[in-house]
Write a protein that binds this ligand. Structure first.
Ligand code: SF4
Ligand code: SF4
Length: 296
C-alpha cells in the first residue's frame, strides 16, 4: 500500500481521487487469477494489523514479529516499518492456501485495500476532507475486468477498512510527521528508533515498560487510566502513539511529574559533564604521551 505519490514505474496509476470515486472491481473465488496477488507479496503492516494477527494466533507480539515479519526502514536512517515475511525461499504469503487467505477475517490493511492505494488520510484535527486514493493496476489481477461498479467509500466499508484506518491514524500521523520533518530534525537516535519499534509493533514488550516504576515516576497517569491501558492491547497501542508523539515531537498530551523530569534532566546533565571531563582527560593524557603506540 502506497502512502506517498507513486514512483514512475509503479503499478499505481497517477490519477488520484477521493472516496466518492467509482471503480470497477471484484475479487471472487473461482476467478482465473485466484491467489496471484498473494503469491508475490510486499505487504507493510500497521500496528493494528499486528494486534489482530497476534490475537488470532494467540501468541505474543514478539513471537509474531519473529515468525511472520521482517523489519525494514521506511526511509534511509529513519523509522522502522514491518512487512509480512514470505514463505522460506519463496515470495508467497505464509497465510496463502489453495482456498485463499487463511487469516481472511484478520488480513492486513494493505490486503484489504488492494487494488486501491491509500495515498494520504485526513488528519483528525483537520476539518477539510483530504483522503486521497489511487488505483493499482497489475496485469495479473483480473478483478478489474469484473462488471461490478463500487465507490471507494463503499469498497472501504466492505473491506472493514473504516475501523482499521481509524485505529492506524495515530501511527500514520507519526510516520508522516517524521517524513515531513526531513533532514532538519536529523537522524533519530537509536533510543527513539527502539522506542518507536517497541510502542508501535511489539506491544507485549511495551506493556511492562508502561507498567514499570521508572515510567510511572516520570508520567502522571491516573490509576484507572493505567489499568485501562494495561488491560487492553488496542488501548495500549493508541496510548503508544500519543507517547511517541510526545517523546519524539514534543506534542505533550500525557502529564508528567515535573519534579522527576527535573531530576532526570540533572542526572543527564551530570552524566554529560562526566563524559566531557573524561574525554578531556583522555585528550590530555594522549597529548602527554601517556598512551603508548604499539606500532612505534
Ligand atoms: S494475508 Fe491473506 S490476503 Fe494478505 S497476502 Fe497473505 S494470503 Fe493474501
Ligand atoms: S482478482 Fe486480483 S485481488 Fe483477486 S485473486 Fe485475482 S489478483 Fe488477487
Amino acid at each position: 500500500m502506497a502512502e506517498n505519490h507513486p514512483p514512475p514505474d509503479s503499478p499505481v496509476l497517477p490519477q488520484t481521487f477521493d472516496g466518492a470515486k467509482q471503480i470497477r472491481f471484484q475479487c471472487r473465488k473461482g476467478i482465473a487469477c485466484w491467489n496471484a496477488c498473494c503469491s508475490n507479496i510486499d505487504i507493510s503492516l500497521t500496528p493494528y494489523d499486528i494486534l489482530r494477527l497476534k490475537h488470532r494466533f494467540g501468541i505474543s507480539s514478539g513471537e509474531f514479529l519473529q515468525k511472520y515479519t521482517v523489519p525494514y526502514e521506511m526511509e534511509r536512517d529513519s523509522i522502522a516499518g514491518v512487512k509480512l515475511r514470505p514463505v522460506e525461499n519463496g515470495t508467497a504469503c505464509q497465510f496463502m492456501t489453495p482456498e485463499g487467505c487463511s487469516v481472511y477475517e484478520d488480513r492486513p490493511t494493505a490486503c484489504r485495500y488492494y487494488p486501491v492505494a491509500l495515498l494520504s488520510l485526513r488528519r483528525q484535527d483537520e476539518s477539510t476532507d483530504r483522503d486521497s486514493y489511487a488505483l493499482v493496476r497489475e496485469t495479473h489481477c483480473l478483478g478489474h475486468n469484473e462488471p461490478r461498479p463500487i465507490t471507494v467509500d463503499d469498497y472501504r466499508k466492505e473491506q472493514g477498512l473504516v475501523e482499521y484506518d481509524e485505529l492506524a491514524r495515530g501511527w500514520r500521523q507519526l510516520v508522516l510527521k517524521k517524513k515531513s520533518s526531513g533532514p532538519t530534525i536529523g537522524k533519530p537516535s537509536v533510543r527513539s528508533r527502539q522506542l518507536f519499534f517497541m510502542a508501535c509493533y511489539d506491544i507485549d514488550r511495551f506493556r511492562p515498560f508502561v507498567a514499570s516504576d521508572g515510567f510511572n515516576d516520570l508520567y502522571d497517569l491516573p490509576p484507572e487510566t493505567l489499568e485501562k491501558i494495561l488491560g487492553d492491547d488496542t488501548e495500549l497501542m493508541l496510548f503508544g502513539f500519543r507517547f511517541l508523539m510526545q517523546v519524539l515531537f514534543g506534542d505533550e498530551s500525557i502529564s508528567m511529574r515535573h519534579e522527576a523530569v527535573e531530576q532526570r534532566r540533572l542526572r543527564h546533565q551530570a552524566k554529560a559533564q562526566r563524559m566531557e571531563i573524561e574525554a578531556a582527560e583522555r585528550r590530555a593524557a594522549e597529548r602527554d604521551g601517556m598512551y603508548e603506540n604499539p606500532d612505534e
